[in-house]
Design a protein around this ligand. Sequence first.
Ligand code: SAM
Length: 292
Amino acid sequence: MTAPKPFLGNPQGTIAVLNQYHFVFQKKFGQNFLIDAHVLDKIIRAADITEDDFVVEIGPGIGTMTQYLASAAGHVVAIEIDKALIPILQDTLSGYHNVTILHNDVMKVDLEELAEKMNQGRPIKIVANLPYYITTPIIMGLFEKHVPLESITVMVQKEVADRMQVGPGSKDYGALSLAVQYYAEPYIVANVPANCFMPRPKVGSAVIRLTAHKKPPVEVQDEKLMFSIIRASFNQRRKTLQNGISHVAELGISKEQTVKVLEEMNLSPSIRGEAMTLSQFAEFTNRVLMTR
Ligand code: SAM
């Protein structure tokens, strides 16, 4: 059966649906719906969706992007937190027989289990116009929980897209930049102006594609420990690595241990985390483990 042509993705179609259901935008859920077909086409192309793909869409809204995804993919699971949108989605997606709508908070969904049950554990593609208030936890969660992923193609705030791509020395460099480097290859697909959304966001937006690495670019014996060290060093941004780490008791790494390992690595004992590369964090973690 062929899927119907998407009829959303333009201001008229969106306004008609919103009026029909007397929909009230919820600011707390970061609701900015896409109303531009060119941008939607670009996202679907960048995500390289084919009928072999199992796609998870985070926050389908009124189902605009879902229609585009369902026309191209094998199966789409759309996870939406706002109860008021569920009857709308059931309506706008009624012609598509390869869509499953889940009413839930994506942070509470076990996506690894979902991929296991619905896609036999094979890698999935994530595509979303993300709610900006939880972009970083969503992306970090996908990586750190080891959801089997092929790629993540998402609309994010422009600054967040930049943060995902930078290295040491930039003010935007942080735990997110390091997580992206460790798990994926980033590529900015497009900058998207505010008039492509309803209502218009106050910030600039960009679509970024993160293609999951088959193998991480550095070897680290305890990934979880490395990211705990990274977080500790960026929580205390202006502090030295040794102070940042010693503030987090659960890490169990003393100041003396940190200084000793930094010396072994020929790094200054007063180095800040923001000056360290991913491979230095990996080496630091491996050497700390050796001292235990
Ligand atoms: N995909 C739609 C589009 O492009 O028009 C809507 C995108 S809008 C930026 C973000 C959507 O995510 C909203 O529908 C919002 O209700 C939903 N959302 C916000 N927080 C969520 C969460 N924790 N879990 C699932 N959906 C969420």
